[in-house]
Design a protein around this ligand. Sequence first.
Ligand SMILES: Cc1cc2nc3c(=O)[nH]c(=O)nc-3n(C[C@H](O)[C@H](O)[C@H](O)COP(=O)(O)OP(=O)(O)OC[C@H]3O[C@@H](n4cnc5c(N)ncnc54)[C@H](O)[C@@H]3O)c2cc1C
Length: 462
Amino acid sequence: MIETDYLIVGAGTTGLAFADQLFTDTDATMTIVDRRSMCGGHWADSYPFVELHQPASFYGVGSALLGSGRKITEGLNAGMMALASGTEVLAHLQHCLHERLLPSGRVQYLPLHEVTDDRRVRSLVSGKETDVSVGKKFVNASFLTNAIPKTHKPAYGVAPEVNVTTPNEAPYEVVNYKNYVVVGAGKTGIDTVLFLLKAGVTQEQITWIMPRDSWLIDRATTQPTDEFFMDTIGSFVAQLEAAAAATDGDDFALRAEASGSWIRIDPDVKPTMFHAATCTRKETALLRTISHIIRGQRVSSIDPETIHLAEGSVPMPKDALVIDCTASAISKKDSVPIFNGDTITCQVLRFPLISFSAQMIAHLEATQPNDAEKNRFATPCPLPDTPEENLMTVFVGLMNQGQWRQSEEISQFLLESRLNPFSSMIANSDNTIPERAALMERLQTSIMPAFMNLQALVSRSA
Ligand SMILES: Cc1cc2nc3c(=O)[nH]c(=O)nc-3n(C[C@H](O)[C@H](O)[C@H](O)COP(=O)(O)OP(=O)(O)OC[C@H]3O[C@@H](n4cnc5c(N)ncnc54)[C@H](O)[C@@H]3O)c2cc1C
């Protein structure tokens, strides 16, 4: 029998950001269980060229910095704050578990174990099941688990003669081919195309199958330092104004684009996907050089001569490697109450701040008296797939923000959390600078209209 205050399912970013904050706020014991053989969740199986698409300084666990914090001076991200590679993210999470949590004696970690539906712990090696006596809460930190290329099976058929691979294996295989077919246009597809181009593949060698175009966030508007105040907070304010005036999700997207916050690969094609994938304008310009893009169609099968699409077909390039990037990094599930009796189901409180959301949920667990109070500050944001769904995501994020502002203790927590740098950017802004004062004025006057209009739009679509 395992005895523990908290049984945490999942040792990815969510599980560890939660455990790290609970460790700070309480003296509780925790047992963290994961099917994988190491902590880090999907980062443990990421493709070698993966990077965060947001600055590293506000990702990971709250108790330690991630990344160098330097400003990048070279390449397509020149001028932006450092991102982190998948390996750096993994090292950061491992350091938290192995150097901070486990040595305390309060935390136990069970790799290659799973939690069963009846909440027992089963070893994936021996099959042995152990009862768990949970003193306080069962924490589902795997609710948002997403599909990744390495563990995902493409939904289309591939003839045995066709060479298909994942972005994980692609770096080792690209040297053997003359052409490349990238299937998928989300964050992984974009990363893969950029990887190929940076490696010296020419745009003529790439065929990009893009079932849906994606709206992208301009990385310049996600920078968390004072130097970028006008870009980052300016973008937030512009999106509030867009939310106040929008007639629907597409209209919001066009307004976000007009203000410089969102970008698209082809200005003549309307994107229908929004997963908060983030790029610089230089990266987007490079993506635009790909001329052989097959849009608006899903692949149904690939044989050595032909790529069969839902409607029609195109010739399969000769001597080609297919790189499958169709795993969705967004998990589509209906939201459930975060605090519900003996169960906490970690979800996002402000999209796309996944680490911060897990940290905040742990802090609420430690500091608020009962589920009703905890849930008052923690309405789950559904993860968006489309610009229309994003309206609800923004609405719920604003609602949570409004609730947090009503609590002095939470407001202080927001200012101190490295995982949410935007509150302190605003609080510490020098508003004697006229353009900032004007921006703050716009912020104040747009919040309520944005909230009201979003409420009307989401209730209409509901
Ligand atoms: C390529 C890529 C780039 C990304 N970049 C960013 C970014 O820049 N910023 C950002 O905020 N987000 C980013 N994300 C989103 C990212 O998924 C989240 O930031 C975060 O890593 C999700 O962590 P998680 O712990 O919720 O899920 P996971 O990493 O999937 O971890 C869940 C864990 O739970 C375990 N598990 C599930 N069920 C059980 C069970 N029954 N018993 C035991 N263990 C179980 C799984 O084995 C898994 O290890 C990115 C995602 C991808 C794919």
